[in-house]
Design a protein around this ligand. Structure first.
Ligand code: ADP
Ligand code: MG
Length: 245
């Protein structure tokens, strides 16, 4: 579903991604961990064309989003982007729209879905994330955990084939983290293909098919959670885990 090869990205003279190779198969959950500044967010943002890497190739569902450093043309790019849902640390809901309208605006404006159908789908998605009762609420009245669940429902409304999560629980009070992870676990169990940047090592241990460890723009190690958490090969992995666990 995702195939990244030899991805290089720099900001001015700062090499942020130094030749990333990574594949995510259908229904796999890949968790990306690593110290702050190691390039995790940049890697995710490259996967839906929010950032353009200077070199390398990214295939999403067999289509080349980036072909040896050249981004797909705008029309095809926008179409491919709808297949890649993204959830950020900051929820980025539209404050002036109701919860339901936040979820339906994508399908209505980008896919021309009729309001009735969009609302029906939106209500089903809100039920799925446990927020059926909040359809008419405004985002400001919600807790952080509820906002993030709306953000997930909004991403799902575009019927993506891949979901990217960038530290989805990092902005939440500790008691609200679980409700968001629970929704992510549900998606994983349903077979959603997911790439997740998180410091929630419990989630990584329980849900990841593979854990990818990044440091200074490179993947230093990638393996099953069992290997990464019990017997990592790299000293840098060990010291990172010691710092976060
Ligand atoms: P992580 O998500 O692992 O913390 P990032 O991908 O956010 O890492 O950042 C990796 C590096 O890229 C950092 O050195 C950061 O300062 C730099 N960086 C990220 N975004 C930008 C940007 N828009 N402009 C310049 N430098 C950036
Ligand atoms: Mg980041």
């Amino acid at each position: 579903m995702i195939r990244i090869s030899q991805l290089h990205k720099s900001y001015a003279d700062n090499d942020v991604l130094k030749g990333i190779d990574l594949e995510v198969d259908q229904s796999q959950v890949v968790v990306v961990i690593g110290p702050s500044g190691s390039g995790k967010s940049t890697l995710l943002r490259c996967c839906n064309g929010l950032e353009v890497a200077q070199r390398g190739t990214i295939e999403i569902c067999g289509e080349r989003l980036l072909d040896h450093g050249t981004l797909l043309a705008e029309k095809a790019l926008n179409r491919l982007r709808t297949q890649v849902g993204m959830v950020f640390q900051s929820f980025n809901l539209f404050p002036h729209l109701s919860v339901l309208d936040n979820v339906t605006i994508g399908p209505r404006t980008l896919r021309g879905m009729r309001a009735e159908q969009a609302n029906e789908q939106g209500e089903a998605l809100l039920a799925k994330v446990g927020l059926a009762a909040k359809a008419t609420a405004m985002p400001n009245s919600l807790s952080g955990g509820q906002k993030q669940r709306v953000a997930i429902a909004r991403a799902l409304a575009m019927e993506p084939r891949v979901m990217l999560f960038d530290e989805p629980t990092s902005a939440l009070d500790p008691e609200l983290v679980g409700e968001v992870l629970q929704v992510m676990k549900l998606l994983a169990k349903e077979g959603m293909t997911m790439m997740v940047v998180t410091h929630e090592m419990g989630f990584a241990r329980d849900m990841a098919d593979r854990v990818v460890v990044m440091d200074q723009g490179s993947i230093i190690e990638a393996d099953t959670p069992d290997v990464i958490f019990s017997r990592p090969k790299e000293e840098r992995t060990r010291s990172f885990l010691q710092a976060v666990l």
